[in-house]
Design a protein around this ligand. Structure first.
Ligand code: GZL
Ligand code: ZN
Length: 329
């Protein structure tokens, strides 16, 4: 009788342990999806497909998920925050193990991030930041320092015009209104040029990170301002659109109007190598491999750095010529 009882207790204990470990899974990674084939399920909400950078970023995420054996659910939000919020909500409903996203704008995320936290699904921010005060709403943020990118652009301009008289009339094509890269690339740049009053930002408007809008806004800048010396565009795509408008106006991009852009995607680097752009600040889209490492660590309940900075540099025309042949994107 006693032996039978003992066996019963052991059996029960084992069952609890197994269940416990399953529950443990639930605590750290959201319990996985229905198909518990041991694969991690990652729900990713992407901004959209607005630029060459974004396309390269999406490719990096999709390829590295496959290489890491991670089951990727991917949603393109066409640059609309509401679409990102509903994608995140659907990932919560599907009980994915981890959620990652690139927030199209900085504000308005606390509610949906609270819901993910309540569902015990860890969140990783990639590429762009959010302004949430509560740092427990996400495990880490991997992306560039956009203020530094703006400062690098401003530093180049200050050096380029050292000893030359003003006024230096600057027009600025800003990224998506309210996005971290637009806010921070603007503040970093303007902080550097405000040191010398000869630099004047005579017009500044969003080109929404796209070629089409960049071209349209540059056309308006050219019509309204007879003397433009410099264009600072928050990404290559808007700069490339502006080049079309500048040439249509009979001016030489890179000569009559100096151009500084950010990203260093292939098309931007090609224009730089041809002298149509004068300086590019790199912003790496290749976040995929590091993201997948973070997903595995977070799923396993390991501690991760709260802020992970991407490696990136800057390019002059000469450096672009050298770098172009083996550029990955
Ligand atoms: C920057 C990224 C920006 C790129 C643009 O990390 O968020 O969005 O600079 C892209 O090209 O559209
Ligand atoms: Zn910011």
């Amino acid at each position: 009788m006693l032996l039978k009882k003992l066996a019963g207790v052991v059996l029960l204990a084992t069952a609890i342990t197994v269940a416990g470990c399953g529950d443990g899974n639930a605590v750290s990674g959201g319990g996985g999806t229905g198909a518990d084939d041991g694969k991690i399920t990652l729900g990713f909400s992407q901004v959209g497909a607005e630029s060459g950078w974004r396309t390269a970023n999406t490719k990096s995420i999709q390829e590295s998920a496959a290489a890491a054996g991670i089951d990727l659910k991917f949603a393109d939000a066409q640059q609309k925050q509401a679409n990102q919020i509903s994608a995140i909500r659907s990932y919560i409903a599907q009980k994915v193990d981890v959620i990652a996203f690139s927030p199209v704008v900085e504000t308005g995320w606390d509610a949906v991030l609270q819901e993910a936290k309540a569902a015990n699904i860890p969140v990783i921010l990639t590429d762009r930041a959010v302004d949430s005060e509560d740092k427990t709403l996400y495990k880490t943020f991997i992306g560039s320092d956009f203020v530094l990118e703006g400062q690098k652009a401003g530093d180049w301009l200050v050096k380029e015009y050292e000893g030359k008289p003003g006024p230096v009339n600057i027009v600025q094509l800003e990224g998506t209104t309210g996005s971290a890269p637009a806010n921070d690339r603007k503040s970093g740049f303007e902080e550097k040029i405000k040191a010398d009053p000869k630099f004047k930002v005579i017009a500044s408007q969003t080109g929404e990170f796209t070629r089409a809008k960049g071209k349209e806004v540059m056309e308006a800048f050219l019509k309204a301002n007879p003397k433009i010396d410099v264009l600072y565009a928050h990404n290559d795509d808007m700069g490339l659109g502006a080049i079309e408008a500048i040439e249509a106006a009979g001016k030489k991009p890179g000569t009559d109007i100096k151009i500084i852009t950010v990203d260093a995607v292939k098309d931007g680097m090609t224009a730089l190598s041809e002298g149509k752009i004068n300086f590019i600040v790199e912003c790496s889209p290749l976040l995929g491999p590091q993201l997948m490492d973070l997903v595995k660590k977070v799923k396993a309940g390991e501690q991760v750095e709260p802020r992970i900075l991407t490696e990136e540099t800057t390019f002059t025309q000469e450096q672009a010529k050298e770098a172009l042949p083996n550029r990955k994107y």
